[in-house]
Design a protein. Structure first.
Length: 328
């Protein structure tokens, strides 16, 4: 992999090349006609997961609103960093976008030799959705509340297996819980949420901090026991399930998604996309789809989304360092 120390030169050359290309067109006319051809939304994870679903929902809406196809391109691997690297190296012309999520904030500390600095090389466009993770257990575990689970874990240190996916909130939400609740659980890494959930249902692991969207039907069917959601407030999708923060003061973690672009993408394009994405989030059809899997719309400016990413990067850096988490 290229050394991160080469970054400034690469960014300068990329920016210079992009500027030369754009200079051939009157800027105002170029941005007003955007998009004049298909746009790709790069997703750093496999098809079918929550991140991919969000990308396809927002892509479909933007296609309808702007008259050009917004095509999802899955580039999985390295905790989403393969897809991010592809976007960072793309021309900053608005035709390559990134589905940004919490893994990007985690990777900034988890991976020591990335070819990019996310907060500098990716321009925030807009938030899309925040989704709770849910602390859930196999029904064989003798606990029905978070305090009971903490008591059980402290009585059985190192004997509880916690399913997770390295470099995602599925792992780090659990590590944050371990840190704040003072319990010792063994993280069992999986390549994806689906096999982790399968083993939780089968009892091979005992606890998981899964995205609510993936687990909600199993919880409603009684196949899994939801102890709490990880957000600061209760989820409308599971209103009777408490938050972890009700028992562990100050605890908060969530999965979230938004849209970004290569650094130096014209402000006019970023503003146009931000306006359209916020319009999408105000559409009752979109709100209903997001609510189906427990999501809440992330309205706001591009600066609001940038502040969220920066805050989350700082927060998860502390958890990564405390836990000693490592990439695959």
């Amino acid at each position: 992999m290229r050394n991160v120390l080469k970054l400034p030169r690469r960014r300068f050359l990329r920016a210079a090349g992009a500027a030369a290309a754009l200079a051939a067109l009157p800027r105002a006319a170029w941005t007003q006609s955007y998009p004049s051809r298909p746009v790709r939304i790069v997703v750093g994870f496999s098809p079918g997961g929550p991140t991919d679903i969000v990308a396809r929902l927002i892509g479909q809406y933007l296609s309808e609103r702007l008259g050009q196809r917004f095509v999802v391109e899955n580039r999985p691997g390295a905790g989403g960093n393969i897809g991010t690297d592809a976007v960072v190296r793309a021309p900053p012309d608005g035709y390559t976008l990134l589905l940004v999520n919490a893994a990007n904030a985690i990777s900034a500390t988890l991976y020591a030799n990335l070819n990019f600095v996310f907060l500098k090389d990716v321009a925030p466009i807009a938030g899309v959705v925040r989704v709770p993770n849910v602390m859930e257990i196999n029904p064989s575990v003798p606990a029905r509340t978070v305090p009971e689970f903490i008591g059980y874990a402290k009585a059985n240190p190192g004997k509880i297996n916690m399913a997770g996916v390295n470099g995602t909130t599925l792992q780090l939400a659990g590590e944050l819980f371990k840190m704040m609740a003072g319990v010792d659980m063994v993280h069992v890494p999986y390549k994806g949420a689906a096999p982790a959930l399968t083993d939780l249902l089968g009892g091979q692991v005992q606890v998981m901090f899964d995205n609510l969207s993936s687990s909600i039907e199993h919880i409603r069917a009684g196949k899994l026991r939801a102890l709490a959601v990880t957000t600061a407030t209760r989820s409308k999708a599971l209103p009777d399930v408490p938050t972890i923060g009700e028992f562990v003061p100050g605890y908060e973690a969530s999965a979230w998604q938004g849209i970004g672009a290569p650094d130096n993408t014209p402000a006019e394009i970023i503003n146009k996309l931000n306006t359209e994405i916020n319009a999408a989030l105000g559409d009752p059809r979109m709100r209903a789809r997001l609510s189906d899997f427990g999501g809440e719309a992330l309205f706001g400016s591009s600066a609001d989304f940038g502040n969220l990413v920066a805050d989350e990067t700082e927060k998860w850096a502390k958890v990564v360092k405390f836990s000693g988490a490592k990439p695959d």
